[in-house]
Ligand binder design. Structure first.
Ligand code: 6PG
Length: 249
């Protein structure tokens, strides 16, 4: 199955808490159903933060196969790992510091030295996990990629009007957004496409317009170009879905 942002199905949930709860349940089911490493790309953002807190609490902390998970990041601000705006820092406070995940299974994006070199180092880290230098169709790099959606249509750090949107080879690249602070490292479209599942976690009425544009195929939104060789699922709250009843469309 190959899907994109327009063909993926939506689960419409009551509120941001329900989105985080449902995603915790989904990730745990997927991780338990798979033998061997479960390779997960984490996202930044407020709904993912709540998801990480839920995974670190009862009942998930005791059920989740922490020894088999390999945690990567979808994007990162080029700031030290203890910076308040670091996605690694957020995930660490919300989850990593509270669960028995082996430190070697946590692959934070490097944010020292030259950003382009750091992107290459992170790509090598992913290639070591994947045991190959190019992605092969039918053998996804990631089990699940978690993504958010910005009001300007960005996802991960794939920002409007930046060169990374044209990257077809590298798995990891730099991005300097025109409308947001910090140089970033980000997974590219081809890396995200090599996945069993892509999950967009989106909540709040402020996102309803951009959700409609992306799901409607508006090519001006970077998120519209996201594809996966697996399944794409929108985990939306009612406000982001622009739907007061909670029914799927
Ligand atoms: C980040 C992200 C980014 C985020 C969107 C949506 O580090 O901020 O990876 O792509 O997911 O900006 O963020 P919210 O869900 O918090 O609105």
């Amino acid at each position: 199955m190959t899907q994109d942002a327009t063909s993926g199905r939506a689960e419409i949930l009551a509120d941001p808490e329900a989105v985080a709860q449902r995603t915790a349940e989904f990730l745990t089911e997927q991780a338990l159903a798979k033998a061997g490493p479960f390779v997960l790309a984490l996202s930044g953002g407020s709904t993912p933060k709540r998801l990480y807190e839920i995974l670190a609490g009862s009942p998930y902390a005791a059920k989740f196969p922490w020894d088999r998970v390999q945690l990567f990041y979808g994007d990162e601000r080029f700031v030290p790992p203890d910076d308040e705006s670091s996605n690694y820092h957020m995930s660490s406070v919300a989850m990593l510091s509270k669960v028995p995940v082996p430190p070697a299974n946590v692959h934070r994006m490097p944010t020292d030295g030259d950003p382009a070199d750091a992107a290459r180092r992170y790509q090598r880290d992913l290639q070591t996990q994947y045991r190959a230098e190019t992605v092969e169709s039918g053998r996804p790099l990631f089990d699940v990629v978690l993504l958010g959606l910005g009001e300007n249509g960005h996802t991960a750090s794939l920002f409007p009007g930046t060169d990374v949107l044209h990257e077809t080879e590298a798995w990891v690249a730099t991005c300097v957004p025109h409308d947001a602070p910090h140089t970033r490292l980000t997974l590219t479209y081809p890396a995200i496409a090599s996945s069993r599942y892509v999950l967009f976690l989106v909540a709040g009425a402020g996102k309803a317009e951009v959700v409609a544009k992306v799901r409607g195929g508006d090519k001006a939104q970077p998120s519209t170009q996201i594809t996966t060789e697996g399944e794409l699922i929108w985990m939306l709250d009612r406000a982001a879905a622009g739907n007061a009843t909670g029914a799927d469309d």
